[in-house]
Every structure is written in structure tokens, then in C-alpha cells.
Write a new protein. Structure first.
Ligand code: SF4
Ligand code: SF4
Length: 90
């Protein structure tokens, strides 16, 4: 007889039960990305690379959503034309 618990006996843990859309997850960042629309070539590499979906395509251009941006800087690093600058939060 196994002493290991089956999945029914294991307490529920680590289960996401709430949508992060309800909680603004970007309020602790130190730096925020600022997109220079004059430099942007609309390649969408930043859009596809952001782990928090905080770069959005509005049909005409990519825009920052600071409510969910954590300031990781990935978008600025992947931009091929350096159109994104990380700027210190005030
Ligand atoms: S800094 Fe990070 S979280 Fe914020 S928009 Fe760029 S990739 Fe997304
Ligand atoms: S990666 Fe740079 S050039 Fe491409 S869409 Fe984003 S800001 Fe624009």
C-alpha cells in the first residue's frame, strides 16, 4: 500500500482562482517603458514578447498599459530599432 497521497487528498494550492485583470499588477515597477512612435516600425516584437500583455496593439500602433506592466524591460531589449526607452517611475 502506497503512503503517498492521491490527488483527491492533496489540499488545493497554487491554483489561480482570480483573474489578474481584477488586480492592477503593475503598480510596483521602478522603470516603465515609453514608446517613441516616430521610431516604431510596428513589427510587434514587443507585443509578442511582453510576459504581461502590457504592450497592446490598438489597431494603429502599439501602446503601453502601465496597469499591468512590471517594468522588466524585455520590450525595450527586443525592439530592433530601440524605439522603447525604460524611464524611471516618478
Ligand atoms: S517592461 Fe516588461 S512588463 Fe512592461 S511592457 Fe515591457 S515587457 Fe511588458
Ligand atoms: S518592437 Fe519596437 S519597433 Fe517593434 S512594434 Fe515594438 S516598439 Fe515598435
Amino acid at each position: 500500500m502506497s503512503e503517498l497521497k492521491g490527488w483527491r487528498e492533496i489540499p488545493i494550492a497554487g491554483v489561480t482562482w482570480k483573474s489578474s485583470m481584477e488586480t492592477k499588477t503593475g503598480d510596483w515597477k521602478t522603470f516603465k517603458p515609453v514608446i517613441d512612435q516616430n521610431k516604431c516600425i510596428k513589427c510587434l516584437i514587443c507585443w509578442i514578447s511582453c510576459p504581461d500583455m502590457a504592450i497592446q496593439w490598438n489597431g494603429e500602433k502599439v501602446v503601453e498599459n502601465y496597469d499591468y506592466c512590471k517594468g522588466c524591460g524585455i520590450c525595450a531589449n527586443v525592439c530592433p530599432v530601440k524605439a522603447i526607452k525604460m524611464v524611471k517611475e516618478e
